[in-house]
Design a protein around this ligand. Structure first.
Ligand code: ADP
Ligand code: ASP
Ligand code: MG
Length: 492
Protein backbone atom coordinates (compact mmCIF):
# COMPACT_ATOMS: atom_id res chain seq x y z
CA UNK A 1 0.00 0.00 0.00
CA UNK A 2 1.29 3.45 -0.78
CA UNK A 3 0.37 6.57 1.10
CA UNK A 4 1.02 9.69 -0.97
CA UNK A 5 1.24 13.04 0.75
CA UNK A 6 0.35 15.69 -1.82
CA UNK A 7 1.51 18.59 0.32
CA UNK A 8 4.99 17.23 0.92
CA UNK A 9 5.05 15.30 -2.37
CA UNK A 10 6.33 12.21 -0.64
CA UNK A 11 5.18 8.64 -0.84
CA UNK A 12 5.37 6.13 2.00
CA UNK A 13 4.99 2.40 1.78
CA UNK A 14 2.54 1.16 4.39
CA UNK A 15 1.88 -2.44 5.37
CA UNK A 16 -1.33 -3.97 4.12
CA UNK A 17 -4.24 -3.30 6.44
CA UNK A 18 -2.83 0.01 7.66
CA UNK A 19 -5.28 2.74 8.38
CA UNK A 20 -4.44 5.62 6.11
CA UNK A 21 -4.08 9.07 7.54
CA UNK A 22 -3.72 12.52 6.12
CA UNK A 23 -2.55 15.76 7.59
CA UNK A 24 -5.72 17.75 7.14
CA UNK A 25 -7.67 15.76 4.61
CA UNK A 26 -6.78 18.31 1.95
CA UNK A 27 -3.10 17.91 1.22
CA UNK A 28 -2.87 14.18 1.24
CA UNK A 29 -4.21 11.50 -1.02
CA UNK A 30 -4.15 7.78 -0.64
CA UNK A 31 -3.37 5.58 -3.52
CA UNK A 32 -3.01 1.85 -3.42
CA UNK A 33 -1.61 1.97 -7.00
CA UNK A 34 0.91 4.37 -8.47
CA UNK A 35 2.66 6.86 -6.20
CA UNK A 36 1.93 10.32 -7.53
CA UNK A 37 -1.58 9.54 -8.71
CA UNK A 38 -4.12 11.72 -7.03
CA UNK A 39 -7.43 11.26 -5.39
CA UNK A 40 -7.99 7.54 -5.47
CA UNK A 41 -9.30 7.32 -1.93
CA UNK A 42 -12.83 7.73 -0.76
CA UNK A 43 -12.61 10.74 1.55
CA UNK A 44 -14.93 8.93 3.93
CA UNK A 45 -12.03 6.59 4.76
CA UNK A 46 -9.53 9.37 5.26
CA UNK A 47 -8.67 9.95 8.90
CA UNK A 48 -6.94 12.98 10.25
CA UNK A 49 -3.99 13.42 12.58
CA UNK A 50 -3.02 16.69 14.15
CA UNK A 51 0.27 17.05 12.33
CA UNK A 52 2.50 15.40 9.82
CA UNK A 53 4.90 14.60 12.66
CA UNK A 54 2.30 12.64 14.55
CA UNK A 55 1.45 10.86 11.32
CA UNK A 56 5.09 9.87 10.94
CA UNK A 57 5.33 8.74 14.52
CA UNK A 58 2.19 6.73 14.11
CA UNK A 59 3.29 5.36 10.78
CA UNK A 60 6.59 4.32 12.30
CA UNK A 61 4.97 2.75 15.35
CA UNK A 62 4.98 -1.04 15.71
CA UNK A 63 2.29 -2.66 13.59
CA UNK A 64 1.26 0.69 12.18
CA UNK A 65 -2.09 0.46 13.95
CA UNK A 66 -2.82 4.09 14.65
CA UNK A 67 -6.18 5.67 15.02
CA UNK A 68 -6.86 9.32 14.83
CA UNK A 69 -9.77 11.60 15.27
CA UNK A 70 -12.08 11.23 12.33
CA UNK A 71 -12.28 14.38 10.28
CA UNK A 72 -15.49 15.98 11.50
CA UNK A 73 -16.53 17.01 8.01
CA UNK A 74 -16.75 13.50 6.64
CA UNK A 75 -19.31 12.46 9.23
CA UNK A 76 -21.82 15.00 8.00
CA UNK A 77 -24.45 14.26 5.37
CA UNK A 78 -23.77 15.46 1.82
CA UNK A 79 -26.21 17.91 0.34
CA UNK A 80 -26.24 19.38 -3.18
CA UNK A 81 -27.94 22.75 -3.58
CA UNK A 82 -28.46 24.46 -6.93
CA UNK A 83 -29.21 28.17 -7.27
CA UNK A 84 -30.64 29.40 -10.57
CA UNK A 85 -29.77 32.54 -12.49
CA UNK A 86 -32.50 34.76 -11.06
CA UNK A 87 -31.45 33.79 -7.51
CA UNK A 88 -27.91 35.10 -8.11
CA UNK A 89 -28.82 37.96 -10.46
CA UNK A 90 -27.00 40.64 -8.42
CA UNK A 91 -24.11 40.76 -5.95
CA UNK A 92 -26.67 41.47 -3.23
CA UNK A 93 -28.59 38.29 -4.11
CA UNK A 94 -25.31 36.36 -4.20
CA UNK A 95 -24.59 37.52 -0.63
CA UNK A 96 -28.07 36.37 0.47
CA UNK A 97 -27.54 32.97 -1.12
CA UNK A 98 -24.19 32.75 0.69
CA UNK A 99 -26.02 33.23 4.02
CA UNK A 100 -28.33 30.32 3.22
CA UNK A 101 -25.37 28.15 2.34
CA UNK A 102 -23.61 29.15 5.56
CA UNK A 103 -26.59 27.80 7.51
CA UNK A 104 -26.65 24.54 5.54
CA UNK A 105 -22.89 24.10 5.98
CA UNK A 106 -23.27 23.98 9.78
CA UNK A 107 -24.91 20.56 9.52
CA UNK A 108 -23.88 19.22 6.14
CA UNK A 109 -21.09 18.90 3.65
CA UNK A 110 -22.40 21.23 0.96
CA UNK A 111 -21.87 21.16 -2.78
CA UNK A 112 -23.39 24.20 -4.46
CA UNK A 113 -24.14 24.37 -8.16
CA UNK A 114 -24.71 27.82 -9.50
CA UNK A 115 -26.11 29.26 -12.74
CA UNK A 116 -24.89 32.38 -14.49
CA UNK A 117 -26.12 35.67 -13.02
CA UNK A 118 -29.55 36.76 -14.33
CA UNK A 119 -29.64 37.01 -18.11
CA UNK A 120 -25.88 36.58 -18.59
CA UNK A 121 -26.24 33.55 -20.86
CA UNK A 122 -28.74 35.38 -23.12
CA UNK A 123 -26.42 38.39 -23.25
CA UNK A 124 -23.43 36.26 -24.17
CA UNK A 125 -25.44 34.55 -26.93
CA UNK A 126 -26.57 37.94 -28.25
CA UNK A 127 -22.96 39.15 -28.38
CA UNK A 128 -21.88 36.01 -30.24
CA UNK A 129 -24.75 36.43 -32.74
CA UNK A 130 -23.86 40.09 -33.28
CA UNK A 131 -20.55 38.80 -34.58
CA UNK A 132 -21.64 35.64 -36.37
CA UNK A 133 -25.13 34.44 -37.45
CA UNK A 134 -24.20 30.82 -36.72
CA UNK A 135 -21.34 31.12 -34.20
CA UNK A 136 -18.67 28.45 -34.10
CA UNK A 137 -20.01 25.90 -31.63
CA UNK A 138 -16.78 25.22 -29.79
CA UNK A 139 -16.17 28.90 -29.19
CA UNK A 140 -19.80 29.46 -28.16
CA UNK A 141 -19.50 26.73 -25.51
CA UNK A 142 -16.31 28.28 -24.21
CA UNK A 143 -17.99 31.70 -24.08
CA UNK A 144 -21.20 30.55 -22.38
CA UNK A 145 -19.33 28.54 -19.74
CA UNK A 146 -17.78 31.79 -18.47
CA UNK A 147 -21.18 32.92 -17.11
CA UNK A 148 -21.28 30.16 -14.51
CA UNK A 149 -17.55 30.49 -13.81
CA UNK A 150 -18.05 34.13 -12.84
CA UNK A 151 -21.04 33.49 -10.56
CA UNK A 152 -19.35 30.53 -8.85
CA UNK A 153 -16.23 32.59 -8.08
CA UNK A 154 -18.32 35.52 -6.77
CA UNK A 155 -20.45 33.25 -4.58
CA UNK A 156 -17.30 31.67 -3.17
CA UNK A 157 -15.92 35.12 -2.31
CA UNK A 158 -19.20 35.92 -0.54
CA UNK A 159 -18.83 32.72 1.50
CA UNK A 160 -15.27 33.69 2.42
CA UNK A 161 -16.57 37.04 3.67
CA UNK A 162 -18.86 35.10 6.03
CA UNK A 163 -15.91 33.04 7.21
CA UNK A 164 -17.10 29.89 5.45
CA UNK A 165 -14.25 27.85 3.90
CA UNK A 166 -15.20 27.43 0.23
CA UNK A 167 -13.62 26.73 -3.11
CA UNK A 168 -15.09 27.18 -6.59
CA UNK A 169 -14.53 24.70 -9.39
CA UNK A 170 -15.34 24.77 -13.10
CA UNK A 171 -17.32 21.77 -14.38
CA UNK A 172 -14.07 20.28 -15.69
CA UNK A 173 -12.30 20.74 -12.35
CA UNK A 174 -15.25 19.03 -10.66
CA UNK A 175 -14.57 16.00 -12.91
CA UNK A 176 -17.67 16.35 -15.11
CA UNK A 177 -16.82 14.52 -18.32
CA UNK A 178 -19.19 14.94 -21.25
CA UNK A 179 -19.76 13.91 -24.83
CA UNK A 180 -18.27 16.15 -27.50
CA UNK A 181 -21.67 17.45 -28.76
CA UNK A 182 -21.35 21.23 -28.37
CA UNK A 183 -24.26 23.18 -26.89
CA UNK A 184 -26.05 20.18 -25.42
CA UNK A 185 -23.44 17.67 -24.34
CA UNK A 186 -24.59 14.80 -22.18
CA UNK A 187 -22.64 13.92 -19.06
CA UNK A 188 -20.79 10.63 -19.54
CA UNK A 189 -19.23 10.28 -16.10
CA UNK A 190 -18.12 12.22 -13.08
CA UNK A 191 -14.74 11.74 -11.45
CA UNK A 192 -15.73 13.01 -8.01
CA UNK A 193 -12.36 12.67 -6.25
CA UNK A 194 -11.55 16.38 -6.27
CA UNK A 195 -14.99 17.32 -4.94
CA UNK A 196 -14.84 14.63 -2.26
CA UNK A 197 -11.38 15.67 -1.23
CA UNK A 198 -12.39 19.33 -0.88
CA UNK A 199 -15.48 18.31 1.10
CA UNK A 200 -13.40 16.16 3.41
CA UNK A 201 -11.31 19.22 4.11
CA UNK A 202 -14.40 21.05 5.31
CA UNK A 203 -14.80 23.24 2.23
CA UNK A 204 -18.10 24.20 0.66
CA UNK A 205 -17.57 23.26 -2.98
CA UNK A 206 -19.14 25.70 -5.44
CA UNK A 207 -19.37 24.14 -8.90
CA UNK A 208 -20.04 26.18 -12.05
CA UNK A 209 -23.22 24.65 -13.49
CA UNK A 210 -24.15 23.85 -17.09
CA UNK A 211 -20.71 22.74 -18.21
CA UNK A 212 -18.21 19.93 -18.43
CA UNK A 213 -15.13 18.91 -20.30
CA UNK A 214 -14.55 16.32 -23.00
CA UNK A 215 -12.72 13.13 -22.15
CA UNK A 216 -9.15 13.77 -23.23
CA UNK A 217 -5.98 14.14 -21.20
CA UNK A 218 -4.39 16.52 -23.71
CA UNK A 219 -7.03 18.07 -25.97
CA UNK A 220 -10.03 18.40 -23.72
CA UNK A 221 -12.59 21.05 -24.68
CA UNK A 222 -15.12 22.87 -22.53
CA UNK A 223 -18.72 21.86 -23.31
CA UNK A 224 -22.12 23.10 -22.16
CA UNK A 225 -25.13 20.95 -21.29
CA UNK A 226 -27.95 22.88 -22.99
CA UNK A 227 -30.11 25.76 -21.75
CA UNK A 228 -31.17 25.19 -18.17
CA UNK A 229 -28.39 22.60 -17.78
CA UNK A 230 -27.27 23.63 -14.28
CA UNK A 231 -30.10 21.47 -12.92
CA UNK A 232 -28.43 18.53 -14.63
CA UNK A 233 -25.05 19.39 -13.09
CA UNK A 234 -26.69 19.33 -9.66
CA UNK A 235 -28.48 16.01 -10.11
CA UNK A 236 -25.43 14.36 -11.70
CA UNK A 237 -23.22 15.46 -8.80
CA UNK A 238 -25.84 14.32 -6.28
CA UNK A 239 -25.86 10.91 -7.96
CA UNK A 240 -22.06 10.66 -8.18
CA UNK A 241 -21.60 11.69 -4.53
CA UNK A 242 -24.55 9.59 -3.35
CA UNK A 243 -25.73 12.80 -1.71
CA UNK A 244 -28.36 12.62 0.98
CA UNK A 245 -30.27 15.56 -0.52
CA UNK A 246 -30.55 17.34 -3.86
CA UNK A 247 -32.23 20.74 -3.69
CA UNK A 248 -32.99 22.98 -6.67
CA UNK A 249 -33.59 26.57 -5.55
CA UNK A 250 -35.32 28.87 -7.99
CA UNK A 251 -37.59 31.93 -8.29
CA UNK A 252 -40.91 30.11 -7.73
CA UNK A 253 -42.15 28.02 -4.78
CA UNK A 254 -41.91 24.69 -6.60
CA UNK A 255 -43.43 22.87 -9.56
CA UNK A 256 -46.88 24.22 -10.36
CA UNK A 257 -49.82 22.86 -12.35
CA UNK A 258 -48.83 25.41 -15.04
CA UNK A 259 -46.32 28.21 -15.34
CA UNK A 260 -47.44 30.45 -12.43
CA UNK A 261 -46.43 33.50 -14.47
CA UNK A 262 -49.04 32.56 -17.09
CA UNK A 263 -51.85 31.05 -15.00
CA UNK A 264 -52.49 33.00 -11.83
CA UNK A 265 -54.59 30.18 -10.34
CA UNK A 266 -51.84 27.60 -10.90
CA UNK A 267 -51.36 25.44 -7.81
CA UNK A 268 -48.07 24.24 -6.36
CA UNK A 269 -47.73 20.46 -6.38
CA UNK A 270 -46.38 18.79 -3.23
CA UNK A 271 -45.12 15.78 -5.17
CA UNK A 272 -44.75 14.80 -8.80
CA UNK A 273 -43.45 11.61 -10.41
CA UNK A 274 -40.28 11.55 -12.53
CA UNK A 275 -42.37 10.43 -15.49
CA UNK A 276 -44.77 13.38 -15.30
CA UNK A 277 -41.99 15.89 -14.61
CA UNK A 278 -40.01 14.56 -17.56
CA UNK A 279 -42.95 15.11 -19.92
CA UNK A 280 -43.64 18.60 -18.52
CA UNK A 281 -39.96 19.58 -18.74
CA UNK A 282 -39.65 18.13 -22.24
CA UNK A 283 -42.62 20.21 -23.38
CA UNK A 284 -41.41 23.55 -22.08
CA UNK A 285 -41.94 23.72 -18.27
CA UNK A 286 -38.48 25.13 -17.81
CA UNK A 287 -38.54 24.91 -14.00
CA UNK A 288 -36.51 21.67 -14.44
CA UNK A 289 -34.08 20.64 -17.19
CA UNK A 290 -35.42 17.41 -18.65
CA UNK A 291 -32.05 15.65 -18.66
CA UNK A 292 -31.81 16.36 -14.91
CA UNK A 293 -35.11 14.55 -14.34
CA UNK A 294 -33.96 11.67 -16.53
CA UNK A 295 -30.74 11.29 -14.49
CA UNK A 296 -32.64 11.59 -11.21
CA UNK A 297 -34.93 8.75 -12.23
CA UNK A 298 -32.05 6.52 -13.34
CA UNK A 299 -30.10 7.09 -10.12
CA UNK A 300 -33.08 7.32 -7.76
CA UNK A 301 -32.26 10.89 -6.68
CA UNK A 302 -35.22 12.61 -4.99
CA UNK A 303 -35.24 16.28 -5.96
CA UNK A 304 -36.68 19.11 -3.90
CA UNK A 305 -37.64 22.16 -5.99
CA UNK A 306 -38.14 25.21 -3.78
CA UNK A 307 -37.89 28.99 -3.59
CA UNK A 308 -34.40 30.39 -3.09
CA UNK A 309 -35.55 33.09 -0.67
CA UNK A 310 -38.99 32.21 0.73
CA UNK A 311 -38.95 29.50 3.39
CA UNK A 312 -41.95 27.53 2.10
CA UNK A 313 -42.20 23.80 1.39
CA UNK A 314 -41.42 23.07 -2.25
CA UNK A 315 -42.16 20.14 -4.56
CA UNK A 316 -40.57 16.71 -4.30
CA UNK A 317 -39.87 14.92 -7.58
CA UNK A 318 -39.81 11.21 -6.85
CA UNK A 319 -40.84 7.73 -7.96
CA UNK A 320 -44.52 7.28 -8.77
CA UNK A 321 -44.90 4.53 -6.16
CA UNK A 322 -43.73 7.00 -3.49
CA UNK A 323 -46.77 9.17 -4.16
CA UNK A 324 -49.43 7.44 -2.15
CA UNK A 325 -52.02 10.18 -1.87
CA UNK A 326 -54.98 10.61 -4.26
CA UNK A 327 -54.20 12.85 -7.21
CA UNK A 328 -55.76 14.50 -10.21
CA UNK A 329 -55.54 12.61 -13.53
CA UNK A 330 -53.94 15.58 -15.33
CA UNK A 331 -51.14 17.01 -13.18
CA UNK A 332 -49.97 19.90 -15.30
CA UNK A 333 -50.06 21.99 -18.45
CA UNK A 334 -46.82 22.86 -20.24
CA UNK A 335 -46.30 25.32 -23.04
CA UNK A 336 -43.37 25.99 -25.30
CA UNK A 337 -43.01 29.05 -27.48
CA UNK A 338 -39.44 28.22 -28.59
CA UNK A 339 -40.81 26.26 -31.52
CA UNK A 340 -39.96 26.44 -35.21
CA UNK A 341 -41.72 24.44 -37.89
CA UNK A 342 -39.94 23.30 -41.02
CA UNK A 343 -42.00 22.22 -44.04
CA UNK A 344 -40.40 20.38 -46.92
CA UNK A 345 -42.78 20.81 -49.86
CA UNK A 346 -43.38 18.40 -52.73
CA UNK A 347 -41.21 15.59 -51.44
CA UNK A 348 -41.22 12.52 -53.75
CA UNK A 349 -43.34 9.90 -51.94
CA UNK A 350 -41.00 6.91 -52.04
CA UNK A 351 -39.17 4.74 -49.48
CA UNK A 352 -36.05 6.26 -47.87
CA UNK A 353 -36.94 9.92 -48.29
CA UNK A 354 -38.04 10.53 -44.69
CA UNK A 355 -34.98 8.57 -43.58
CA UNK A 356 -32.62 10.89 -45.48
CA UNK A 357 -34.17 14.00 -43.94
CA UNK A 358 -34.33 12.77 -40.36
CA UNK A 359 -31.00 10.95 -40.54
CA UNK A 360 -29.26 14.20 -41.49
CA UNK A 361 -30.92 15.96 -38.53
CA UNK A 362 -30.09 13.13 -36.13
CA UNK A 363 -26.44 13.16 -37.25
CA UNK A 364 -26.37 16.86 -36.38
CA UNK A 365 -27.97 16.11 -32.96
CA UNK A 366 -31.07 18.13 -33.74
CA UNK A 367 -34.20 16.90 -31.94
CA UNK A 368 -37.35 16.68 -34.03
CA UNK A 369 -40.91 16.67 -32.71
CA UNK A 370 -44.51 16.81 -34.06
CA UNK A 371 -43.90 15.18 -37.45
CA UNK A 372 -46.75 15.36 -39.98
CA UNK A 373 -46.75 13.87 -43.48
CA UNK A 374 -49.65 14.80 -45.73
CA UNK A 375 -51.50 12.34 -47.97
CA UNK A 376 -49.55 12.14 -51.21
CA UNK A 377 -51.00 13.60 -54.38
CA UNK A 378 -49.53 12.55 -57.74
CA UNK A 379 -46.49 10.95 -56.11
CA UNK A 380 -45.46 13.93 -53.99
CA UNK A 381 -46.26 14.96 -50.44
CA UNK A 382 -45.45 17.68 -47.89
CA UNK A 383 -43.54 16.77 -44.76
CA UNK A 384 -43.44 19.10 -41.76
CA UNK A 385 -41.94 18.84 -38.30
CA UNK A 386 -40.89 21.09 -35.42
CA UNK A 387 -37.44 21.77 -33.97
CA UNK A 388 -36.33 23.98 -31.10
CA UNK A 389 -36.18 27.60 -32.24
CA UNK A 390 -32.53 27.86 -31.20
CA UNK A 391 -31.68 25.04 -33.62
CA UNK A 392 -33.56 26.36 -36.62
CA UNK A 393 -30.59 28.01 -38.37
CA UNK A 394 -28.48 24.87 -37.96
CA UNK A 395 -31.33 22.63 -39.14
CA UNK A 396 -31.77 24.71 -42.30
CA UNK A 397 -28.05 24.52 -43.00
CA UNK A 398 -28.00 20.73 -42.51
CA UNK A 399 -31.12 20.17 -44.65
CA UNK A 400 -30.24 22.40 -47.63
CA UNK A 401 -28.11 19.78 -49.44
CA UNK A 402 -30.56 16.96 -48.55
CA UNK A 403 -33.48 18.89 -50.06
CA UNK A 404 -31.53 19.31 -53.30
CA UNK A 405 -30.53 15.67 -53.27
CA UNK A 406 -34.03 14.23 -52.85
CA UNK A 407 -35.54 16.60 -55.41
CA UNK A 408 -38.02 18.29 -53.05
CA UNK A 409 -39.49 21.57 -54.30
CA UNK A 410 -38.61 23.83 -51.37
CA UNK A 411 -38.15 24.19 -47.63
CA UNK A 412 -40.12 26.82 -45.71
CA UNK A 413 -40.11 27.72 -42.02
CA UNK A 414 -42.53 29.23 -39.53
CA UNK A 415 -41.73 30.69 -36.12
CA UNK A 416 -45.30 31.72 -35.26
CA UNK A 417 -46.30 28.46 -33.62
CA UNK A 418 -46.18 27.09 -30.08
CA UNK A 419 -46.91 23.82 -28.30
CA UNK A 420 -49.35 23.32 -25.48
CA UNK A 421 -49.52 19.99 -23.62
CA UNK A 422 -51.54 18.26 -20.93
CA UNK A 423 -49.59 15.76 -18.80
CA UNK A 424 -50.69 13.20 -16.22
CA UNK A 425 -50.48 9.48 -15.56
CA UNK A 426 -54.29 9.48 -15.49
CA UNK A 427 -54.29 9.95 -19.27
CA UNK A 428 -52.90 6.42 -19.65
CA UNK A 429 -55.89 4.71 -18.09
CA UNK A 430 -58.81 7.02 -18.84
CA UNK A 431 -60.27 7.65 -22.29
CA UNK A 432 -61.67 11.01 -23.31
CA UNK A 433 -58.80 13.35 -22.54
CA UNK A 434 -58.11 14.26 -26.18
CA UNK A 435 -61.81 14.98 -26.62
CA UNK A 436 -61.84 17.26 -23.57
CA UNK A 437 -58.63 19.04 -24.63
CA UNK A 438 -59.76 19.70 -28.20
CA UNK A 439 -63.17 20.85 -26.92
CA UNK A 440 -61.59 23.38 -24.53
CA UNK A 441 -59.42 24.78 -27.33
CA UNK A 442 -62.35 24.89 -29.77
CA UNK A 443 -64.47 26.86 -27.31
CA UNK A 444 -61.74 29.51 -27.29
CA UNK A 445 -61.64 29.52 -31.10
CA UNK A 446 -58.09 28.14 -31.11
CA UNK A 447 -57.07 26.26 -34.24
CA UNK A 448 -55.02 23.07 -33.80
CA UNK A 449 -52.29 22.79 -36.43
CA UNK A 450 -51.15 19.29 -35.48
CA UNK A 451 -51.18 16.83 -32.58
CA UNK A 452 -48.76 14.39 -30.95
CA UNK A 453 -49.25 12.11 -27.99
CA UNK A 454 -47.35 9.90 -25.57
CA UNK A 455 -48.87 7.49 -23.09
CA UNK A 456 -49.30 10.26 -20.51
CA UNK A 457 -49.31 13.42 -22.66
CA UNK A 458 -51.27 15.11 -25.46
CA UNK A 459 -49.59 18.00 -27.29
CA UNK A 460 -51.22 20.42 -29.75
CA UNK A 461 -49.35 22.76 -32.05
CA UNK A 462 -51.20 26.09 -32.12
CA UNK A 463 -50.60 29.73 -33.11
CA UNK A 464 -48.11 31.39 -30.75
CA UNK A 465 -50.52 34.29 -30.19
CA UNK A 466 -53.06 31.86 -28.65
CA UNK A 467 -50.77 30.28 -26.06
CA UNK A 468 -51.80 32.18 -22.97
CA UNK A 469 -55.49 31.70 -23.72
CA UNK A 470 -54.96 27.99 -24.40
CA UNK A 471 -53.02 27.29 -21.18
CA UNK A 472 -55.61 29.10 -19.10
CA UNK A 473 -58.53 27.30 -20.81
CA UNK A 474 -56.94 23.88 -20.34
CA UNK A 475 -56.11 24.60 -16.72
CA UNK A 476 -59.77 25.36 -16.06
CA UNK A 477 -61.14 22.49 -18.18
CA UNK A 478 -59.07 19.91 -16.27
CA UNK A 479 -59.85 21.54 -12.89
CA UNK A 480 -56.20 21.85 -12.01
CA UNK A 481 -56.77 24.55 -9.42
CA UNK A 482 -58.68 21.95 -7.34
CA UNK A 483 -56.71 20.14 -4.59
CA UNK A 484 -55.21 16.76 -5.49
CA UNK A 485 -57.81 14.03 -5.76
CA UNK A 486 -60.73 16.42 -6.23
CA UNK A 487 -60.71 16.90 -10.01
CA UNK A 488 -63.00 14.63 -12.05
CA UNK A 489 -61.41 11.20 -12.70
CA UNK A 490 -59.00 11.46 -9.74
CA UNK A 491 -56.65 8.52 -9.10
CA UNK A 492 -56.10 6.66 -5.84
P1 ADP B 1 -33.68 29.12 -12.68
O1 ADP B 1 -32.98 30.33 -13.18
O2 ADP B 1 -33.83 29.10 -11.20
O3 ADP B 1 -33.11 27.85 -13.23
P2 ADP B 1 -35.84 29.01 -14.60
O4 ADP B 1 -36.20 30.33 -15.16
O5 ADP B 1 -35.01 28.10 -15.43
O6 ADP B 1 -35.18 29.26 -13.18
O7 ADP B 1 -37.14 28.20 -14.16
C1 ADP B 1 -38.07 28.80 -13.29
C2 ADP B 1 -39.22 29.34 -14.11
O8 ADP B 1 -39.90 28.26 -14.72
C3 ADP B 1 -40.28 30.04 -13.31
O9 ADP B 1 -39.98 31.39 -13.09
C4 ADP B 1 -41.55 29.84 -14.14
O10 ADP B 1 -41.89 30.99 -14.86
C5 ADP B 1 -41.17 28.74 -15.13
N1 ADP B 1 -42.11 27.62 -15.15
C6 ADP B 1 -42.64 27.08 -16.28
N2 ADP B 1 -43.48 26.08 -15.98
C7 ADP B 1 -43.50 25.97 -14.63
C8 ADP B 1 -44.17 25.11 -13.71
N3 ADP B 1 -45.00 24.15 -14.14
N4 ADP B 1 -43.94 25.28 -12.39
C9 ADP B 1 -43.11 26.24 -11.95
N5 ADP B 1 -42.44 27.08 -12.77
C10 ADP B 1 -42.62 26.96 -14.09
N1 ASP C 1 -27.05 29.71 -17.61
C1 ASP C 1 -27.61 28.65 -18.40
C2 ASP C 1 -28.90 29.11 -19.05
O1 ASP C 1 -29.30 30.26 -18.88
C3 ASP C 1 -27.78 27.38 -17.63
C4 ASP C 1 -28.75 27.45 -16.45
O2 ASP C 1 -29.13 28.52 -16.02
O3 ASP C 1 -29.12 26.37 -15.96
O4 ASP C 1 -29.51 28.35 -19.74
MG1 MG D 1 -33.46 26.73 -14.98
Amino acid sequence: MIYYDRRLCTAHVLPAGAIFACVSGREAGVNPGQPGDRGQADPRVLLSVSSYKSYQQAADSPGNQFRCNRERAVDKVIIVQKYGGSSVASTEKICNVAKRIQKAAQESQVVVVVSAMGDTTDELIAMAKAISKVPNERELDKLLATGEQASSALLTMALHELGVPAVSLTGGQAGIITEKTPGKARILKIDSHRVRSELADGQVVVVAGFQGITDSATWADITTLGRGGSDTTAVALAAALKADKCEIYTDVDGVFTADPRVVLTARKLDRISYEEMLELAGQGARVMHSRAVELAEIHGVNILVAHSVREVPGTVITREDQIMEARNPVRGIAHDTDVARITVAAVPDRPGIAYQIFHALAEADINVDVIVQNVSVQGVTDLSFTVNLAELARAEKVLAPVIRNIGAKQMSTSVDLAKVSIVGTGIRSHPGYADKMFGALAREGINIVSITTSEIRITCLIEKADVQKAVQALHTAFELEKPEGEAKGAIG
